[in-house]
Design a protein around this ligand. Structure first.
Ligand code: C2E
Ligand code: MG
Ligand code: MG
Ligand code: MG
Length: 282
C-alpha cells in the first residue's frame, strides 16, 4: 500500500497477477468436475415466428450452478472452457441434452420444433464434428430438420476454407445452420454468399436501440433485406419491447427471440409455454 498526504493508508486495488491466477485455477478445477457432478444445466429460450405468431423453436443456453448456490452465466465460464479444451466434452453434453429434450417435446405434440445449439470455435474445428452430430441425432432419434447449429460470425470467418467444407458436411446431414451475433464481427457480406447457411441472427446490440436510433434501424433493415435476397431467413435477438417486435414485423423479419416473448427457461416450463401459446392461437 501507499500513503497519501494526510497520512492515511491507501490500499491499491489492482489485483496481483498471482491472485488472478489462483481465482482462475479454482474456477478451472471447478469446471473440470462440473459436468460429472451434475452442476451444468441447460435452459431454453423460445423463438417465435413473426408471420404466424407460433413457436418456431428454442435456443439452448448453458448455466453453471455451483455447489455454493451461485449460478454462473456462460459469458463468465465459456471462454475458460474454450481455453482449456473443456468445451469439447461440455459441448457434446449440451448437444445431447438439447436433442433429448427436443425428443420429449416432439412426444408432447410439437413435431416440427427446431432446437438450436451454440457450437464453439474449438468444436467447429474438430474434423470429426459431423460424426458426432450424426451419432447424437441417431441416439436421440430426432430428425435433422429438428436441429439448428449456431456458429458465430467470428468462428465462421476464421478459416473460410475449413468453414465451407465443414458447413457443407453439416448441411448434407440435413441440419440447419445459423450465423450468430451477426453484424458485430468483420462483416464482409460477401462470405455469406459463399457459406452454406440458412439463418442469420441479428445481434442484440442493433435491436436494443433500434426504435430510438435510426442508424440501428437502418442496419437491421439492411441485414434483413440482404439476407432475404440471398435466400436466408432472419432471427432478431434481444427483442425486449412490443415496439421492437412491431417494427421487426414491418421489416419482415422472420422470427424473434428475446425477453419480450420469453426468458430462458427449463424444459418443463418450455412445454407449458408452448401449450399456452397454442391455446391462444386456436
Ligand atoms: P448467444 O448465443 O448470442 O445467446 C443469446 C444471449 O442473449 C443469451 O445470453 C440470452 O439469455 C441473451 N438474451 C436473450 N434475449 C435477450 C433480451 O431480450 N435482452 C438481453 N439483454 N439479452 C437477451 P446467455 O445465456 O448469457 O449466453 C451468452 C452467450 O454464451 C451466448 O450468446 C453464447 O455465445 C454463449 N453460450 C451459451 N450457451 C452456450 C453453449 O452451450 N455452448 C457455447 N459454445 N456457447 C454458449
Ligand atoms: Mg446463440
Ligand atoms: Mg447471438
Ligand atoms: Mg452472443
Amino acid at each position: 500500500y501507499t500513503k497519501d498526504n494526510s497520512g492515511n493508508a491507501l490500499k491499491i486495488y489492482t489485483p496481483t497477477l498471482s491472485s488472478k491466477r489462483v481465482e482462475r485455477f479454482n474456477m478451472e478445477t471447478g469446471l473440470r468436475y462440473a459436468l460429472e457432478r451434475g452442476e451444468l444445466v441447460v435452459h431454453f429460450q423460445p423463438q417465435i415466428s413473426l408471420s404466424t405468431g407460433k413457436v418456431y423453436g428454442a435456443e439452448t443456453l448453458l448455466r453453471w450452478q455451483t455447489p455454493d448456490g451461485k449460478t454462473i452465466q456462460p459469458g463468465d465460464f465459456i471462454p475458460l472452457a474454450e481455453e482449456t479444451g473443456l468445451i469439447i466434452p461440455i459441448g457434446q453434453w449440451v448437444l445431447e441434452q438439447a436433442c433429448l429434450e427436443c425428443k420429449r417435446w416432439i412426444h408432447a405434440g410439437m413435431p416440427s420444433l427446431v432446437i438450436s445449439v451454440n457450437i464453439s470455435a474449438l468444436q467447429f474445428q474438430q474434423e470429426h464434428f459431423p460424426d458426432l452430430v450424426r451419432k447424437v441425432l441417431k441416439d436421440t432419434d430426432i430428425q435433422p430438420f429438428n436441429l439448428c447449429l449456431e456458429i458465430t460470425e467470428h468462428t465462421a470467418v476464421q478459416n473460410l476454407e475449413h468453414s465451407i467444407k465443414m458447413l457443407g458436411e453439416l448441411v448434407e446431414i440435413g441440419v440447419k445452420i445459423a450465423i450468430d451475433d451477426f453484424g458485430i464481427g468483420q462483416s464482409s457480406l460477401l462470405w455469406l454468399k459463399k457459406l452454406p447457411v440458412h439463418i442469420v441472427k441479428i445481434d442484440p446490440s442493433f435491436i436494443l436501440n433500434m426504435i430510438e436510433d435510426s442508424d440501428d434501424d437502418a442496419i437491421a433493415k439492411a441485414v434483413i433485406e440482404m439476407s432475404h435476397s440471398l435466400g436466408l431467413s432472419v432471427t432478431a435477438e434481444g427483442v425486449e419491447t412490443e415496439s421492437q417486435l412491431q417494427r421487426l414485423q414491418q421489416l419482415q423479419c422472420d422470427r424473434i427471440q428475446g425477453f419480450f416473448t420469453g426468458r430462458p427457461m427449463s424444459s418443463d416450463q418450455f412445454i407449458a409455454y408452448f401449450l399456452e401459446i397454442s391455446s391462444w392461437m386456436s
